[in-house]
Design a binder for this molecule. Sequence first.
Ligand code: 9C2
Ligand code: ZN
Length: 430
Amino acid sequence: MPALFQLSCGAQQYGWGKLGDSSSVARFAAATDPKFVIGDKTPYAELWMGTHPSVPSKSVVSGDLLADILSKDHSLIGEAVATKFDGFSSLPFLFKVLSIRNVLSIQAHPDKALAAQLHSADPKNYPDDNHKPEMAIALDDFEGFCGFRPAREIKTFLSTVPQFKAILSPALADRFSSSVIDTPTTDAEEQNNKALLQALFEGVMTASSTVVETEAQSLVDSVVAKSGIFSDPSIYSILGDLILRLNQQFPLDIGLFCGVFLLNYVTLTAGEAIFLKAKDPHAYISGDIIECMAASDNVVRAGFTPKFKDVKNLVAMLTYDNAPVDDQKMKPAQFGRAAGDGDVTVYNPPIPEFAVLRTAVKQDKKETINALEGPSVVVVTEGTGFVGIKGSEELLALKPGFVFFVGAGTDVEFSSSQGTVVAYTAFCEV
Ligand code: 9C2
Ligand code: ZN
């Protein structure tokens, strides 16, 4: 098997995906598969690139599963990655494109120990036993909830948004506001803050649905009337607008309180990225992104979803770290092992399963990525051109939506024939 070949990849049609060909997921899936018919009203949420058994990628030429091809040629994954992770036929990472029209569920992903426990107790809802740290790189303007807000912001909302306070028992809200320390300096203070935040989160997530619906309606009314904190134009234009949009998508949902008042609201522009370690709460709201994660589909959900919710496990599992949102943004760096006229940046999160390169090559220029030591998967998002093994005559055409597998230790050259070629490469090196 050559060490570079094109993949065809399946799409997940979750309800929050962009519709029809407004979804880059649909356009990308159709670019490779001429038989892929895009339904106008169908939501296309996620393109899955990898060996995860739920939506496994295949070779375009032979139609064989990528996992089967890998199992027959051990050099493609390579000894080091196979030994450290999951053998010769499974990639350690799952690579995706997400096209987001409506908010995803408020969710967190387990660490390895919890994933094993959840999977053995409930394999239907927790389909594998792996952890799922994940990274999102914005392809255009993106917004999401990510991590808990600093304590002082939550305290401010408790005192300025009566509907938020009203879904909690007064004693719980008061205990949080009077005892939480804005800047904890000792371990004991930090632990105490976490316990207070956990109790508050549990209080929000277990509030009775009648109270939630009444207070959510009152919250929406106060946004519309621009009353209370929403009389401040800057709060109205960011949080007020967000509350109205989310309420249209999931009317009177608990996610309104949990998302807006407990979690950081983050916006990213193209090229910016966030990393979510296991057990960080998040919910993506809108935009198109590249997502990379350890090879898992374990999601613990509560709020903003028609899918299975597991409030008990979510409350029990979170780390209850809280920090300003900038702490969760990644700092991409220039990638050293590339040569040519292009620009290659690396997003390298603090976990061993994956890192992602962004390669941009202007028209009529070339760029070589030198021998990544493990397997990689490339998705092209912009431009037309060619990709080939360095020194080989055989070139494969590339355009937006094309996905390629590259075996360990292969030098790959990208060239652009029209526009700037932009490609994202997920890879694993030990
Ligand atoms: O597929 C999420 C998608 O489970 N994003 O969200 O459909 O469960 O609400 P829903 C998963 C995605 O990769 C993710 O983790 N944060
Ligand atoms: Zn997630």
